[in-house]
Design a protein around this ligand. Structure first.
Ligand SMILES: [Zn+2]
Length: 137
């Protein structure tokens, strides 16, 4: 399934929508030798251990030995991508984005008319104009 065909499982708040975007923090792993999935790994817990398919970048400002910053990659299998998916060699995720407001010239405005036969429409520049008589119903 491509990213365009996916249906977002989340409900966006008003004025927002979810957009499938490449997550720059993740990379697809294609190396022959890949680390096993680290999901679930803890002091007393075994890691998932399945073959990894993607890795998440972690930038640590101070290394565990107190030796400056570190760039770590955490590898995960396809069952542990935390809402991400792989499409065309890249890792995607649903990003919450505001629904763009169309510029004034692309909005459609409802006209109005009154009993006296006046009819007005808002034109592409946002200016209200009396509707030409020949177009009035
Ligand atoms: Zn896993």
């Amino acid at each position: 399934m491509t990213s365009e065909e996916r249906t977002c499982p989340y409900i966006a708040p008003a004025g927002h929508h979810y957009v499938a975007e490449v997550d720059p923090q993740w990379v697809v792993l294609t190396d022959e030798d890949r680390p096993p999935c680290r999901a679930g790994a803890g002091p007393r817990l075994p890691a998932c251990g399945r073959p990894s398919v993607a890795a998440l970048h972690h930038h640590v400002e101070r290394g565990s030995a107190g030796t400056g910053s570190q760039d770590l990659w955490w590898a995960y299998c396809e069952n542990h991508l935390y809402g991400h998916w792989i499409d065309d060699g890249q890792v995607y995720v649903w990003m919450l984005r505001p629904v763009p407001t169309p510029p004034v010239e692309q909005r459609s405005w409802a006209g109005w008319s009154n009993a006296a036969g006046d009819a007005w429409d808002r034109n592409a520049s946002g200016v209200w104009q009396r509707r030409p008589a020949r177009e009035q119903p």
